[in-house]
Design a protein around this ligand. Sequence first.
Ligand SMILES: Nc1ncnc2c1ncn2[C@@H]1O[C@H](COP(=O)(O)OP(=O)(O)OP(=O)(O)O)[C@@H](O)[C@H]1O
Length: 466
Amino acid sequence: MDTPRILIADDDKKTRDFVAAFLSYKGYQVFQAFDGQDALQKIELNDVQMVITDIMMPRVNGLEFIKQLKSIRPDIVTIAYSAFANFEMTANLLKAGAFFYLEKPFNLDELETHVKRGLEHQALQSKSFRSKPCIKNRALLNNIIGESEKMLSLFEMIEKVSSSDSTVLIQGESGTGKELVARAIHDLSTRAQKNFVAVNCAAIPDDLLESELFGHVKGSFTGAVATRIGRFEMADKGTLFLDEIGDMKANLQVKLLRVLQNKELEPVGASRPKKVDVRIIAATNQNLDQLVVSKAFREDLYYRLSVIPIMLPALRERDADIALLLNSFLDKFNRSKQRNVQGFDRDVMEVLSSYDWPGNVRELENLVERMVILKGSGIISLNDLPEKYRGKRGPVMRTEQVNLPESGFCLNSAVEEFENRLILQALQRSGGNKKEAAELLNLKRTTLIEKLKKKKLVFGETHTAG
Ligand SMILES: Nc1ncnc2c1ncn2[C@@H]1O[C@H](COP(=O)(O)OP(=O)(O)OP(=O)(O)O)[C@@H](O)[C@H]1O
């Protein structure tokens, strides 16, 4: 690996020389600048990966300098220091994108620890930047973390799709980033200056969804005390994101299809249609093909929506991204929660890399947030992990008692029976709460519900294996 290149910006020559001498002694290649403006000029010239800067400097001060630097080179890591610190200043610095803040006088060993971590972070970031050479506008995709093959093809897809106006259907398990991708498509498109409006079709009661989408005129139904425009019109010339589209009821599916075909809508109670120019991106974590087969979703609407289908991979299908996600979220929460957790033990990385992540990136993000808050500083070790993450398979069932009868037996019915018993036990322990029972079995809630339906298992009554 090349020797890391670090720039030190400080108007006080004595401090600058002192820090520079220490870091040169530790093997880094060091450059110096006497204020923010000088630093901005020397950064490109010397191709540095990190900047260590004083805050109090003439002309361009440290905070202003970091803001300017981040707008042109977000990949360069900055460590700031100053003779006095208060909460407001620290918050402003971290908000501006500083990686770490130190109060003077600081211990040189402490500085070196942060330099090492910052360079590790920078290497991960620039690796992810470098591996997306075909992406025109990496800054807009920067918040979608990933460098696995699957994610690289996704980035390419997002870019291609954003230059067209076609309807997109994003499918993938819960927490895989469907909304994030929809926003990225909007942000890269020519509609970016107009609204991105998101509607969760499952979260709005069926009887209100129509007026929410298409608007209504005053007096058209009880409670319609004023005329109101709907989400479609709010998204005019922009993008409408219809999340959980699989939950939309049949009568509304017909109306949506009509809007897609005619590019005009009729607000509830209105006598005339209105023209709209909206790009639709729909998403679902259900299997829409199956919903079409079971006639719960209209086939014609399905084809209208899935002009460009995008399938998001589950996190367990892209282990290569787990370390990058863990480190990126660690940095994010260290900054936003003002903590100083320095990393993960190797054991933790190994355990988490082989975990199944039923809740995908959302689950990983929440886990890191929780651990950063609780740990506060130091390195996250296995003991800091909640119980369920400590082993890939969790507690193992004892099988010593199981003996194969002399005459043999039917493996399928035995497995089925075993599964049914565990499902019913989980439901019993959770008092019938399916979400909790699914967590106990490490299943998605919807998977448990599907199993219950398929097996015709009813909690609290006699059951039959189907
Ligand atoms: N590749 C990623 N990089 C960074 N953050 C991600 C990534 N994927 C998902 N996230 C984060 O995970 C969380 C869930 O993402 P999002 O809401 O887009 O998922 P979703 O697939 O739409 O979920 P649901 O189906 O439950 O609505 C968000 O906080 C999002 O920022």
